[in-house]
Design a binder for this molecule. Structure first.
Ligand code: SF4
Length: 297
């Protein structure tokens, strides 16, 4: 199946991208693996006509925002993000207005329509840099309240929260982490900023998904407890074959991230079903927020 799909991709001049949380067989198929923004930026530089984005809906939208001339396919269009769905553009615009038109910093895990009414985007890796660079002493952050609290701990600015969260990161409890530490006393605990504050307080280091992979590479330690979605266990172990990685909780399993199968990818390439296209009006406005972040960081 892998060889059939890769031959099909070559024939159609397509590139296959996979997020770090995708199932191992999808990551092994892909031309590039990484976090969502990393993948979109790298895709924008390819000469491929078609981008097959193995991730969730907002990621394919971001690729479409950055690469309007390419066909972007999401092989299973049911793959969404519950956190991205916790904010809509009308409610966000109303809250911004009620707060006196302060700047809105939006996590890339959001729809194109929400990005379009935002001042700038951020990722979990650059959120502190983005917040501190803005010329305002008050900021509204959306949709992730945990990421916003993490940023609030690294700035003097007043951060207004949006009550969104990733159900799988938000569900990690101090008891889960304590049990993992007890089972693996030599291991270093890495947490993703989408985890609640009490989890971040227990972390030895706070990292984005790509940051975790890099951190493990340069660390002299050999065991790590991973406080993010368990799909990351595959690429982090592959990049560090002499080290051991343990899930902080096996409940950190995003069902949407596991919806795309090899058969979906093959079908999408054959039929071009699952095209994601952002309307030009929204795309231009959303690109402003994404591009501002890229230029700043
Ligand atoms: S892991 Fe969380 S933030 Fe990522 S796609 Fe799944 S629900 Fe959304």
């Amino acid at each position: 199946m892998k060889e059939v799909i890769q031959a099909l991709a070559r024939k159609k001049n397509a590139i296959i991208l996979a997020h770090n949380y995708q199932p191992p067989e999808i990551q092994e198929l892909a031309d590039l693996c990484g976090d969502s923004l990393e993948l979109s930026i790298r895709a924008a530089k390819t000469t491929a006509d078609i981008i097959v984005f193995c991730g969730v809906h907002f990621m394919a939208e971001t690729a479409s925002i950055l690469c309007p001339d390419k066909t972007v396919l999401l092989p299973n269009t049911d793959a969404g993000c519950p956190m991205a769905d916790m904010v809509d553009p009308a409610a966000l615009s109303a809250r911004k207005k009620a707060l006196g038109d302060i700047p809105v910093v939006t996590y890339v895990n959001s729809s194109a329509a929400v990005k379009a009414v935002s001042d700038i985007c951020c990722t979990s890796a650059n959120v502190i840099q983005v917040v501190n660079a803005l010329d305002s002493d008050q900021i509204l952050m959306t949709p992730d309240k945990n990421l916003a609290k993490y940023a609030a701990g690294h700035t003097d600015k007043k951060i207004h929260l949006w009550e969104g969260y990733c159900p799988f990161h938000n569900d990690l409890t101090p008891q889960d982490v304590a049990a993992a530490k007890q089972n693996h006393p030599e291991a270093l605990f890495m947490a993703h900023p989408e985890c609640p504050s009490e989890i971040l307080a227990m972390a030895d280091t706070i990292q984005s998904t790509s940051g975790m992979i890099q951190y493990a590479k340069t660390s002299s330690l050999h065991q790590f407890i991973i406080g993010t979605e368990i799909g990351l266990l595959h690429p982090i172990a592959k990049a560090n074959p002499d080290k051991q990685f343990f899930a902080a909780s096996t409940r950190m399993y995003c069902t949407d991230m596991k919806k795309i199968s090899l058969a979906d990818v093959k079908n999408s390439l054959e039929t071009l079903d699952g095209e994601i296209r952002v309307t030009e009006n929204i795309r231009k406005k959303a690109l402003g927020a994404v591009q501002k972040m890229i230029d700043m960081t």
